[in-house]
Write a protein of this length. Structure first.
Length: 129
């Protein structure tokens, strides 16, 4: 049988199965080009798809904080803090009623409601013991 160098397209039409043999090289070539294209554009492939402009970061976050005038806080006189006064005693009595009465009792006798269930009894403030 004589070997033919060129592809005889008319003969391919008569015997189409031979086309599949050629398609192998066709797909190989296409795959090669796609692979080369991928490698040449590797930098773009590895970049983030989301443009950073779309992301809100803390530097772009704007919040409306109402304007306030500057004000001086009244200074604390440290020499007066330790000195007893009616106002301080009332303040302390209110704090004691709010936070301490449940255990230490209304008069600080260690007989508050919660004291009954305690193994270590709350201190009786009227006793030096
Ligand atoms: C949950 C119950 C409870 C509450 C509420 C509570 N105490 Fe007590 N307190 C105790 C008990 C129990 C003791 C005794 C602890 C001990 O003997 O180890 C104690 C002991 C004390 C002592 C003595 C501490 C010492 O070392 O001798 C003081 C002072 C005191 N309480 C003050 C307060 C004050 C002031 C408040 C409120 C702000 C308060 N307690 C609230 C349970 C309570």
């Amino acid at each position: 049988m004589q070997r033919k160098d060129e592809i005889d397209f008319l003969e391919l039409l008569k015997n189409p199965v031979r086309l599949f043999g050629l398609s192998y090289f066709y797909f190989l070539t296409v795959a090669g080009f796609i692979g080369a294209y991928y490698i040449w554009n590797m930098n773009d492939v590895s970049r983030n798809g989301i443009a950073p402009v779309l992301l809100r970061d803390s530097t772009q976050f704007v919040q409306d904080i109402p304007m306030q005038r500057g004000a001086m806080i009244a200074p604390v006189n440290v020499t007066e803090v330790g000195r007893s006064s009616k106002a301080l005693i009332d303040k302390g009595a209110n704090l004691f009623k709010a936070n301490c009465v449940s255990c230490h009792g209304d008069n600080g006798m260690g007989d508050g409601l919660s004291a009954a269930s305690m193994t270590v009894k709350p201190r009786n403030f009227h006793s030096a013991q």
